[in-house]
Ligand binder design. Structure first.
Ligand SMILES: [Zn+2]
Length: 103
């Protein structure tokens, strides 16, 4: 095999590399978008659904705090800070339990 190196070979290679870099960047962007879409779909799928049985949760006002309650299994979901709100600060047991989940 004879190597027929054209004068424009280096230039072609340069543009080919640029093309590859551009495609890589595009693929990265698509991947990020897919990730965002996946997160969005996950949220749609799980929002206000029971973590145990998948039933739709219903808001219930409990001691002035709106919590999500599952009509099927009776499970309760508390948003961040709601357990503290319900327990108050005088309850040493709950705050010690909460200490377990601090990160
Ligand atoms: Zn449930």
């Amino acid at each position: 095999m004879s190597s027929t190196v054209k004068p424009s070979h280096e230039e072609e290679e340069y543009f080919a590399r640029q093309e590859i870099e551009a495609r890589k960047a595009l693929a990265e962007k698509v991947r990020e978008d897919m990730h965002a879409t996946e997160l969005e779909n996950l949220k749609k799928l799980h929002l206000n659904h029971c973590a145990k049985c998948g039933f739709e949760m219903h808001p219930v006002l409990f001691k002035g705090v709106t919590i999500e309650k599952c009509p099927n299994c009776g499970g309760i979901f508390l948003d961040a800070g709601e357990l503290e709100q319900l327990a108050g600060k005088q309850d040493g047991f709950v705050s010690s339990v909460l200490g377990l989940f601090k990160f």
